[in-house]
Design a protein around this ligand. Structure first.
Ligand code: GLU
Length: 389
């Protein structure tokens, strides 16, 4: 046992579930385990916590349905197994969650969906909409089209990307290991358990072995990689065993688990990224009303935009310039430059009539924006920007 880890203090939790927890090689899907997990998820949701699931198991379940022999599969065999398994996996989640009156929505991602900004914004908007309507996104890699060069290959890192993409404040990795040890415990009897990891140092990285079983690709190595992605973006991480029923309740009741501290808050980490790492591809010149609205933490609506300069695509970073010619904010723009010009100064309700498609209400959403203008003079701002680099 370790100390209790209350989950109620988190707002948005991504739970990664390893294949071996959900699928038994002979018996197939572990329905009772899944039902207990869904009851735990409904408990979190009843406390107002958003829950996202990154569920492995497509290939393992497909293997079991197709009765494939054990051993390594060729790429096209594992893709076919994933195609068969994913449909069954999604259905199982959907049925099991519906017992608690929760709706599930399936999201299949490929590497490019989180690494390319435009696709990243699209995927994020869809996931956020699912959360807004109270649904639980059930996410997996799109194994049927991912090839070895362009894939995550393990759901630990995929789950960490999902956590940073959605601004989650906790990532829980459930597998057959209950946390981080100073050395692989099955090889070293003197291995000690680490309950709290304040920072992922090179020593911590060295503790992670490389092992992976046939049913799960991720060993401790990918879990520590996931920890690095999550914690640097302000998301805490827990590694816990999912081998017992109701592992989330078990974590809260003090079952052994390792907790990795976040290194900042999600908002500052994300906004630091927007402010510091990207060169603005264009400018949106806004009116006084927009300056006031942005100062109050609101999104930038097309109505407040007086003119648009530069050539940019949706998802690029733009500078937002006030009437005095001073940059007040930077953010990721929701429209290509040409469309942004066409809707500048117009009401959000008119967007569809002007563009012919129902675009986003905000030109730059507040979640995608960072205020850069408060520092006063341009040179002070430049100093501030340099400190982000
Ligand atoms: N995406 C794979 C599957 O669903 C699992 C990858 C992993 O185990 O990390 O079968």
């Amino acid at each position: 046992m370790t100390s209790r880890k209350p989950l109620g203090r988190y707002r948005r939790v991504v739970i990664k579930i390893g294949s071996a927890l959900l699928v038994d090689r002979k018996a197939g899907l572990k329905k009772a385990w899944l039902d207990a997990m869904c009851a735990d998820i409904s408990g979190l949701k009843a406390r107002g916590i958003d829950v996202l699931v990154v569920s492995s198991g497509a290939i393992a379940l497909g293997r079991s349905v197709l009765d494939l022999p054990s051993g390594a599969l060729k790429l096209e065999e594992s893709q076919a197994a994933a195609a068969v398994g994913q449909i069954a996996l999604a259905r199982a989640w959907s049925e099991s969650l519906s017992r608690g009156e929760i709706v599930a929505g399936q999201i299949l991602l490929t590497l490019g969906d989180t690494e390319e900004r435009r696709r990243y914004l699209n995927a994020r908007a869809t996931i956020n909409q699912l959360l807004k309507i109270g649904a639980v996104p059930i996410i997996n890699e799109n194994d049927t089209v991912a090839t070895s060069e362009i894939r995550y290959g393990d759901n630990d890192r995929l789950a960490a990307r999902v956590a940073t993409m959605t601004g989650a404040d906790l990532l829980i990795l459930l597998s057959d290991i209950d946390g981080l040890y100073s050395a692989p415990p099955h090889l070293d009897p003197n291995a000690t358990f680490l309950e709290t990891i304040a920072e992922i140092t090179p020593e911590i990285e060295a503790m992670a072995g490389g092992a992976a079983s046939e049913l799960s690709r991720g060993g401790m190595r990918t879990k520590i990689d996931a920890g690095k992605i999550a914690t640097t973006s302000g998301c805490a991480m827990i590694i816990a065993s999912g081998k017992t029923d109701s592992p989330l309740s078990a974590i809260e009741n003090g079952a052994r688990s390792s907790w990795f501290a976040p290194s900042g808050t999600p908002v500052t980490a994300r906004k630091t990224w927007i402010a510091g790492q990207l060169q603005p591809a264009g400018e949106l010149h806004v009116d006084d009303g927009a300056v006031t609205a942005l100062g109050a933490g609101k999104s930038l609506l097309p109505a407040g935009v007086r003119s648009v300069s530069g050539l940019f695509s949706r998802g690029d970073t733009v500078a937002i310039i006030g009437p005095a010619g001073r940059e007040i904010a930077r953010g990721l723009v929701s429209y290509d430059a040409e469309d942004a010009r066409r809707i500048a100064g117009r009401k959000s309700a008119e967007i569809e009539a002007i563009l012919g498609y129902p675009g986003r209400a905000a030109m730059v959403h507040r979640d995608d924006m960072v205020m850069t203008g408060q520092a006063g003079s341009k040179s002070e701002r430049q100093k501030k920007d340099a400190s982000y680099a």
